[in-house]
Design a binder for this molecule. Structure first.
Ligand code: P6P
Length: 336
């Protein structure tokens, strides 16, 4: 059986890459391929608006709140509209779970895919010109085609994902995604309006020397997290925390490292959302040889009960996430 990870040459256009590997995609009817194209296209539009935000008065707060009561930025609202419209027009999506929408949005009852999305994560960084990102997961619907979408379609564990990815609006704009056969990165060339393969079959180093955590909340961290941070300090690791999940994750994917958002006093369940932040990056991490837990349990095995539920999040180089798990569990044993 041909290994579908066989690398396409660097510089391959996204469209050609998707087409050439469609046969290896699950349910290779072209629907998932089209859905990935719809997401990539929306990313181009959002990228353009981000780059001009300061010029067309798009930066700043919208004066409204999202599902979690967090301040929405103008670009949060705009990105949500762009992705929702593209997914509706594309016709491949039966439902959308979005950080910016309170409830599940039913789109097309005849379609086969559910998309969970954070249209623009890290948006509070927009005004200070720090990298931000779109994070998306794709699931196969469970309910029968043509019937109303059910909560069972939306509340699937991360291990059910058929695809996961992010768009990083950074010094360059990149689309990084997996369909369960390795992780590939595409760099956007705005002069041609196209994404080109720039990072083939990305592998997360098993070990790293970078830990990303907001140490401002150190005093309310669980003891095991404090022990792990001490362990990193004793080993002379570097602390790097951009405050934008996709940017921190992407750096760790390339260089090795761990990102931690544990439970804190202000976020007892952790701050990050299981459906469209933790699950997405957990699938990418595992596909690239990394690991993702809630400190103890595999993220992808958590069965969600609410679409916006949060989870403590430890993701990155396998050896680092395992070391953190060891110290978290040791601390729990001592506390018993
Ligand atoms: P804190 C951005 O709001 C975000 O969701 C992630 O992108 C980022 O890693 C985290 O929250 C930052 O949160 O509490 O450290 O400012």
């Amino acid at each position: 059986m041909e290994d579908s990870r066989i690398a396409m040459p660097i510089g391959t256009a996204l469209d050609r890459f998707i087409k050439s590997r469609q046969t290896a995609f699950p349910y290779a009817t072209g629907e998932l391929s089209q859905l990935l194209r719809d997401i990539a296209l929306s990313g181009k539009v959002v990228n353009r608006e981000i780059n001009r935000a300061g010029l067309i008065n798009l930066a700043g707060a919208a004066g409204t709140e999202n599902s979690g009561g967090e301040q929405q930025q103008n670009l949060d609202v705009l990105a949500n509209i762009r992705f929702a419209r593209a997914l509706e027009k594309g016709g491949e999506v039966c439902a959308i779970v979005s950080e910016e929408e309170e409830r599940v949005i039913e789109v097309n009852r005849k379609a086969h895919y559910v998309v969970a999305i954070d249209p623009l994560d890290g948006s509070s960084n927009i005004d200070v010109n720090v990298s931000i990102g779109t994070i998306f997961s794709i699931y196969r619907r469970i309910s029968e085609e043509g019937k109303p979408v059910t909560m069972e379609d939306a509340l699937q564990p991360g291990r059910n994902q058929v695809a996961a990815g992010y768009i990083l609006y950074g010094s360059s704009t990149m689309l990084v995604f997996t369909t369960g056969r390795g992780v590939n990165g595409f760099t956007y060339d705005p002069s041609l309006g196209e994404y080109f393969l720039s990072h083939q079959n990305m592998q997360m180093p098993l070990e790293g020397k970078i830990y990303s955590v907001n140490e401002g909340s150190y005093h309310s961290f669980p003891q095991g997290v404090k022990d792990y941070i001490e362990d990193c300090r004793e080993k002379g690791y570097t602390g790097r925390y951009i405050g934008s999940l996709v940017a921190d994750f992407h750096r760790n994917l390339l260089k090795g490292g761990i990102y931690i958002y544990p439970s804190t006093a202000s976020n007892p369940e952790g701050k990050l959302r299981l459906m469209y932040e933790c699950n997405t990056l957990a699938m990418l991490a595992e596909e690239a040889g990394g690991m993702a837990t809630d400190g103890t349990n595999r993220i992808l095995d958590i069965v969600p009960t609410r679409i916006h539920q949060r989870a403590p999040f430890f993701v990155g180089s396998k050896n680092m996430v395992e070391r953190a798990k060891e110290l978290v569990e040791e601390a729990k044993m001592i506390e018993k």
